[in-house]
Design a protein around this ligand. Structure first.
Ligand code: OGA
Ligand code: MN
Length: 296
C-alpha cells in the first residue's frame, strides 16, 4: 500500500489520503507513512477517531514512546495512559483550568516556537497530535498550531553563515523556555530531574541527507560562547527561520491527526478562548541517540 498525498505547503506539509488509522495496519502501510513523513515532515490525516489506546498503538509502530514531563509527575492525571500527553487546558476533572493554574502556565511555553523535548539528552522524533475538542474563535487566535520548515530555513542561509553554524552546539534547558513566559515555579525535584542538554545546531536527515537548523525555545545559548553572543545568534536564527514563507498554520478540525518530525521542524500553539475546552492528545516517539552522535 502506498498513501497518496496532497501538498498543503510546498515540500513541507501534505495531507494524506484517507486511511483509517484505528485499523490494524500492515508493515507496508507503516513504511509508506514513514516515507511520506521523510518527504513531508508535517503530515495531516483528517477524520480520524482514535481512542488514547489506539493513538498509542499506532504511534508505537514508529518507535518507542516518550513519557512526558507532565505525565511523569506523581498524582492524579486526567488521562490514564502515560504515553499519551495531555495537550489540553483541562484539569483532572475535565474542568477548564483557571488562568493562574500552574500546569496551564507551564504549558504556555508551547506558545513559543520550539521543538519538543530538545532539553533531553536523547530527544524525541515524531509528534502525533490528535484533535478531540476545539475552542471557538477568539480575538487573538483560534488555537491553531504553526509549523516552521527548518530545512528550508537552513537552505536559505548565506553560505558563510552555514559554514559558521554547522559545527556549533547549543545548550537546551526547559527552565529557560519556561522562564521566557514567566513560569519559574517548578515542582520540587524537577530542576534536578531535567538538567540542560547539549544539541547540535545543524542536523542532517539520515534518509534524505538534507541539513536542517535545530532550534527551540529551550535553546538558551551556544556552547563555549559568551551567553549574550549565543543568545543573540539564536534570536537572529529564530527570526530568520520563522518568516512567513517557512511557516504552515494548521487550522484544526475535530478528528485531525497531525504527525510532525521534531528534528526538521519547529512548532508553536496559538492563543485561543481560555474559557472553553481545547483538548488534544499527543503521542511522541523517542530518538535512539543524541544529536551530538549524528554524522554531519
Ligand atoms: C505540542 C505542542 C501546541 C498546540 O503538542 O507539542 O506544542 O497547538 N502543541 O497545542
Ligand atoms: Mn510542542
Amino acid at each position: 500500500m502506498s498513501i497518496k498525498t496532497q501538498e498543503l505547503h510546498p515540500g513541507f506539509v501534505a495531507e494524506a489520503s484517507f486511511t483509517d488509522l484505528s485499523a490494524a495496519l500492515n508493515e507496508d502501510a507503516i513504511t509508506s507513512i514513514q516515507a511520506a513523513i521523510d518527504a513531508y515532515p508535517v503530515l495531516v490525516f483528517r477524520n480520524q477517531c482514535l481512542t488514547d489506546a489506539q493513538l498509542r498503538d499506532f504511534a508505537a509502530r514508529f518507535g518507542p514512546l516518550e513519557i512526558g514531563r507532565s505525565a511523569a509527575r506523581p498524582g492524579r492525571r486526567r488521562l490514564a495512559i502515560p504515553q499519551i500527553g495531555d495537550i489540553s487546558n483541562l484539569d483532572e476533572d475535565n474542568a477548564v483550568r483557571a488562568l493562574d493554574d500552574r500546569r496551564r502556565l507551564d504549558s504556555m511555553g508551547n506558545r513559543l516556537w520550539h521543538t519538543d523535548a530538545s532539553y533531553m539528552p536523547v530527544p524525541v522524533v515524531l509528534g502525533l497530535l490528535h484533535a478531540v475538542t476545539l475552542p471557538p474563535p477568539s480575538p487573538f487566535g483560534n488555537g491553531e498550531t504553526e509549523f516552521a520548515d527548518m530545512r528550508a530555513a537552513y537552505d536559505d542561509l548565506p553560505q558563510e553563515t552555514k559554514d559558521a553554524v554547522d559545527p556549533l552546539t547549543a545548550e537546551h534547558d526547559v527552565f529557560w523556555s519556561r522562564g521566557q513566559v514567566g513560569f519559574t515555579e517548578f515542582p520540587s525535584g524537577e530542576r534536578e530531574q531535567y538538567p540542560p542538554s547539549r544539541q547540535r545546531l545543524v542536523r542532517r536527515h539520515p534518509v534524505t541527507g538534507r541539513k536542517s537548523l535545530y532550534l527551540s525555545a529551550h535553546a538558551s545559548h551556544i556552547t563555549g560562547w559568551p551567553v549574550a553572543d549565543g543568545r543573540l545568534l539564536l534570536f537572529d536564527l529564530n527570526t530568520h527561520a520563522t518568516q512567513r514563507q517557512f511557516v504552515y498554520r494548521h487550522t484544526w478540525r475535530v478528528g485531525d491527526l497531525v504527525i510532525w518530525d521534531n528534528r526538521w521542524t519547529m512548532h508553536r500553539g496559538r492563543p485561543h478562548d481560555e474559557s472553553k475546552p481545547r483538548d488534544l492528545r499527543r503521542a511522541t516517539t523517542l530518538d535512539t541517540g543524541s544529536s551530538l552522535e549524528e554524522a554531519t
